[in-house]
Design a protein around this ligand. Structure first.
Ligand code: SAM
Length: 330
């Protein structure tokens, strides 16, 4: 077995490929290359004229993916950077036939203690996907006051005990005793009065810190604003998300809620009507077989859409925008 297989198993790969409907001469972008599992499946379907741009902000993942995908030669183009800057990263690339994103962190990141994502093993309290820049989770917790820390734990981790946890973290930090991820996890566990069944008490806080450190929701928002601008007419967008905050954002973009229309307007993107048509009703979830074989897939769900064709664009710009008002979360 290739070494990559143990590092990260691509989630819902068959469903993703089905929705992407890869064309041999098409141009694709994987905005979350990771270990290249999904990209490899796409590249296997490309002929010599096809291209896949693989983006990741994690230099270690990018290096491993480059080795894994070297056999595809010029068909594979690796790019280091945050997908929130997709238009800049893809400057000069042709319009895409498909854009995929498998959000969140990879098993490689989670399983390496030195990255600081895991509460199961001791490592530095880091959690940056791009270790070359930005503040670590420890820096963030030190910089924020107790109230702001609690707000992050509540908003990004949906942690019911956010105030207690924030207070315990700040008190421990003031004694300089949070030395690694395990100490942090123990501080959190002690602060939480009732445990949720089958969930480590630090799960929500670690998720919240990771989202904040990597500015994940803003990154996804920017990626989704860029998607209709980098996709060709009829190009396909397939997004795998792992928690409700991500999925809600994807849904809001695909249904073009007023806040998304406003964001397009304020950025002067020229997009005034929903540029997407759904490719699947609601979300697609993993099969029982995949759930049995890869428990990490249990919270994965896919939303997929294609951009309007040129003809559809002309028709829709003659219509008024739909009046739909779901709340904007941020
Ligand atoms: C779930 S993994 C992707 C795994 C990949 N589909 C595979 O099969 O190997 C998510 C990857 O996206 C990257 N990532 C997450 N947010 C990012 C962002 N804003 N910009 C660039 N890469 C990002 C992470 O570093 C990680 O390597």
């Amino acid at each position: 077995m290739e070494p990559w297989a143990n590092l990260h198993q691509p989630v819902m790969a068959d469903e993703l490929l089905h929705l992407l409907a890869v064309r041999a001469d098409g141009v694709y972008c994987d905005a979350t290359l990771g270990l290249g599992g999904h990209s490899e499946r796409v590249l296997e379907r490309l002929g010599t004229l096809g291209r896949l741009f693989g983006v990741d902000r994690d230099a270690t993942a990018l290096g491993l993916a480059k080795s894994r995908l070297a056999r595809f030669g010029e068909r594979f183009v690796p790019i280091h950077g945050p997908f929130g800057e997709l238009r800049t990263l893809l400057a000069g690339a042709p319009p895409l036939d498909g854009l995929i994103a498998d959000l969140g962190v990879s098993s490689l990141q989670l399983d390496r203690p030195e990255r600081g994502f895991s509460f199961q093993t001791a490592g530095p309290v880091d959690m940056r996907m791009d270790c070359s820049q930005g503040e670590t989770a420890l820096d963030l917790m030190e910089r924020l006051d107790e109230q702001s820390l609690a707000a992050i734990l509540w908003e990004y981790g949906e942690e019911r005990h956010s105030r207690r946890v924030a207070r315990a973290i700040k008190v421990t930090l003031s004694n300089n005793t949070i030395v690694d991820t395990l100490t942090l996890a123990n501080v959190i566990a002690k602060a939480i009065p009732q445990r949720e069944p089958h969930k480590h008490p630090a799960t929500r806080t670690f998720q919240a810190l990771r989202i904040a450190v990597n500015d994940e929701l803003r990154q996804i928002h920017s990626l989704l604003l860029a998607a209709p601008l980098v996709l060709a007419p009829g190009g396909r967008l397939v997004i795998i998300s792992f928690h409700s905050l991500e999925d809600r954002l994807v849904k809001q973009h695909l249904t073009f809620v007023p806040a998304v229309a406003d964001a397009h307007r304020s950025r002067g993107s020229g997009i005034t009507h929903n540029p997407f048509v759904a490719l699947a009703k609601g979300t697609v979830t993993p099969s029982d077989a995949e759930l049995a074989q890869n428990p990490r897939s249990r919270s994965a769900r896919i939303r997929a859409a294609r951009t309007l064709t040129v003809e559809e664009r002309t028709q829709s710009s003659r219509r008024e925008p739909a009046a739909q008002e779901p709340p904007w979360p941020h």
